[in-house]
Design a protein around this ligand. Structure first.
Ligand SMILES: Cc1ncc(C[n+]2csc(CCOP(=O)(O)O)c2C)c(N)n1
Ligand SMILES: [Mg+2]
Length: 265
């Protein structure tokens, strides 16, 4: 059993879009969303949009159908299944919400492969309306989460989530995959011996390129699902081989993959 925890971001990492925008756009509510965006926090707006859609007669089944056809690269699900088959403990840390993520994962038959999903809570109420809440509610206290970088949204600092996962998995190596600005803060928490897989040319990649000295983990970029699968599986196999060989007291040359260039282009 590999002592590896693989942490996936969801939007633009597992799926190939932002799930909030996908649902809003597909249900024809983009204009109202854009109108309200300057006036309220993101999670409150998503909750409000679910009310508007419910009032318009859009059902939870309509939302489910949209989520089932969320764009995803065809190699992502095989990559997740292989990582699980190789014995990794899979987790998701995302600023989407439980309903969107679970509906998507269950539709693709991969929900049970994840041991934990950390995201904004959501549920379907008695009237069939989807309610969405912030993981950290700052609306009453007016105090967003304390975050070292100030790059995280006020409702979620993924570094805090990663620290909790690390505390429960002290003897494991981590592989973290992400694309967004909110994935930079948790990247700083990864340790020597961990691996960071930023999506090339996405915001977290730019931040990592500019701040490589702050990153202790080994960095391996990826561009699309095919490359993600390739890099992830090679990394898992390399770590597992190293573990096995160390157990036999055999010295092996560590398998190094390509790293990202020092400067972003
Ligand atoms: C101030 C502010 N602006 C925007 C957002 C929303 N937001 C930003 S990135 C993203 C996708 C993250 O999903 P994942 O973590 O799975 O990539 C979402 C939903 C927010 N919460 N606060
Ligand atoms: Mg993302």
């Amino acid at each position: 059993m590999a002592g590896i925890v693989v942490v996936f971001d969801f939007d633009k990492t597992i799926i190939d879009c932002d799930s909030d925008n996908w649902v809003i756009d597909e249900l024809g509510a983009t204009e109202l969303f854009n109108q309200l965006l300057p006036t309220m926090p993101w999670n409150s707006l998503m909750d409000r949009m679910m009310k508007e859609l419910h009032d318009q007669g859009k059902t939870i089944e309509d939302i489910t159908e949209v989520l089932k056809r969320t764009p995803i690269h065809p190699r992502i699900i095989p990559a997740i299944k292989s990582a699980h088959d190789l014995g990794c403990d899979l987790k998701i840390v995302s600023d989407a919400n439980t309903f969107f993520i679970e509906t998507f994962l269950k539709h693709h038959g991969i929900w049970e492969l994840f041991s934990e999903i950390h995201t904004n809570p959501s549920f379907v109420d008695d009237e069939g309306r989807l309610r969405i809440f912030p993981q950290h509610d700052f609306t009453n206290t007016k105090s967003p989460l304390d975050c070292n970088t100030n790059l995280c949204p006020p409702n979620m600092c993924k570094a805090m989530v990663i620290e909790k996962i690390q505390a429960c998995n002290t003897d494991k190596k981590f592989i973290y995959l992400g694309d967004g600005i909110g994935d930079f803060c948790p990247s700083l928490k990864l340790k020597n011996g961990d691996y960071l897989m930023p999506r090339k040319n996405f915001p977290v990649w730019d931040l990592i390129c500019k701040n490589q000295k702050l990153i202790k983990a080994e960095i391996h970029q990826w561009s699309d699902g095919q490359e993600m699968e390739h890099v992830l599986i090679r990394l898992i196999k390399a770590i597992s081989t190293e573990e096995t060989n160390n157990g036999d007291s055999t010295q092996i040359v560590s398998v190094k993959l390509w790293t990202i260039p020092v400067t972003a282009h």
